[in-house]
Design a protein around this ligand. Sequence first.
Ligand code: PHE
Length: 357
Amino acid sequence: MSDLASLESEILAQVSAAADEPAIEAVRVSALGKKGVISERMATLGKMAPDERKAAGAALNVLKDKVSEALSARKAVLGEAALEARLATETLDMTLPVRPQMQGTIHPVSQVWEEVVQIFGDLGFSVAEGPHIEDDFHNFDALNMPPDHPARQEHDTFYFNEKPDGSRMVLRTHTSPVQIRTMLSQKPPIRIIAPGRTFRSDSDMTHTPMFNQVEGLVLDETTHLGNLKWILAEFCKAFFEVDEVKMRFRASHFPFTEPSMEVDIQYAREGGQLKIGTGDKWLEILGSGMVHPNVIRAGGLDPDKVQGFAFGMGLDRLAMLKYGIPDLRAFFESDLRWLRHYGFRALQVPTLAGGLS
Ligand code: PHE
């Protein structure tokens, strides 16, 4: 046994002397490998008398375990030391710029949509929605346009096939039906905008069969024209990111507002660019007015108790003006070169306080 004890201390000494992983592996092979000293001793067990074999076998197994343990302990120590050494010498350059990646861009319409929602959100408006496929009632009748009303012809409406009862659904020609849906589902005070798709059979530089509008509706007991003017002025300043916007409220006509006004803003053309807010030219940007009593009634409310204003403007048109995009048709052609040129990197939204948030 003393012979085993000296073997043990010899091997353990080799283990603690091993300076790296290959050295440990060499010790393992020389002790526990197929031809290692311990394995060789194991092989001699077969020739022993049973009693002797039992004792010698047990002692060898103990030795084997001790050596295995010592090997893995040493391995762990060396592994840690190696890691420490690497950490001490290697540096990570945190200032290295990341490799550029192809990124999608945000469509100008989405960008402007978010900007408009943010600005009106700051003014206390919430967002309302309605379906793209509307019935006569919401798109026309309730908006004070009975079946024979001439304004119906002006809208170049896309009609669906007649239903058995003779009625025809339409692709909504404006976002104004959301006014009706909101009145029928919310109680005043109402303060909403309704951005969304609208459809008219029309196509040229500034018209596409599908386009986007933003409706606005404010209804309570006392809202008046002065409020409308202030809200629109605040919106224009925030949207075009200028301190002052000269506006002109021009008498007009919409069946669903009385009185009705179209709103122009002043602009100048400087080196092919539009400059909004100053100048000597007028640009029409929206239609508006005080909600017609018939519309309030169709919305299930009492025009003697509530009053307010509505407005509607072209979202795509706002995008064209703000970001100098000349042809509306290109908005919806999905040309990647166009999208990369006019698209936005991340949502950057102006606040009423001005600038980008
Ligand atoms: N719906 C009108 C249009 O599409 C715009 C409008 C909305 C005018 C609300 C007045 C009030 O032209």
